[in-house]
Design a protein around this ligand. Sequence first.
Ligand SMILES: CC(C)(COP(=O)(O)OP(=O)(O)OC[C@H]1O[C@@H](n2cnc3c(N)ncnc32)[C@H](O)[C@@H]1OP(=O)(O)O)[C@@H](O)C(=O)NCCC(=O)NCCS
Length: 184
Amino acid sequence: MFGVLRLIKDFITYDADREFYAKVFPDSVSKVDLMRLRKMRKADLARVLEIENTNYEFPWSEDIFIDCFTPLSYSCWVCEDTEKVIAYAVLSIGAGEAHILNISVDPQAQGLGVGRKIMEHLIEVARKKAETMFLEVRPSNAKAQSLYESLGFNEIGVRKGYYPAANNSREDAIMLALELSTVF
Ligand SMILES: CC(C)(COP(=O)(O)OP(=O)(O)OC[C@H]1O[C@@H](n2cnc3c(N)ncnc32)[C@H](O)[C@@H]1OP(=O)(O)O)[C@@H](O)C(=O)NCCC(=O)NCCS
């Protein structure tokens, strides 16, 4: 009961602070500080799909996202600024392993630290339930690789022809892992 009340209070207080500082001292807080992470809801799907379709040549369908609304197996998050959802991520956790299945930032908001903020949040979420975090990345995706390496992920292998690619071809996936006990 108290836990629920605290969550509601934190939500209201945080939003009040955010609105206050954004309006009164617009230069005193960074854009990333004004962003908030929360659980994804079905009402977010239209906006999530808009970003998904912009970012990926082979995007997830709505049905795939809906399948991920299974709280015991998946953890789905959005990051929003003061106006709208600007990024999202999907994490699966089971048998001591966490797997980042999707992370995607609105192109207009890329390069501002949003991807890093989400990754750090996912690592915090995963640490409570898993020992190792895994993800796959295309060799052509230098930006994402740089982010993951800076967070301590190491290459553990290659999945041949894992991703669909242009002209009916396939692209390999680099498999990365992070030992969560080594993260401070
Ligand atoms: C990959 C992605 C999630 C990164 O999110 P982002 O918000 O743009 O990244 P951030 O601003 O938090 O930057 C984090 C790190 O990413 C790397 N990075 C960001 N922009 C970069 C660029 N233009 N070139 C090279 N590296 C870059 C850097 O290592 C950066 O760390 P730094 O700021 O300390 O230098 C985002 O670009 C994205 O959504 N891309 C399209 C979807 C996608 O590829 N998802 C990943 C699938 S595996």
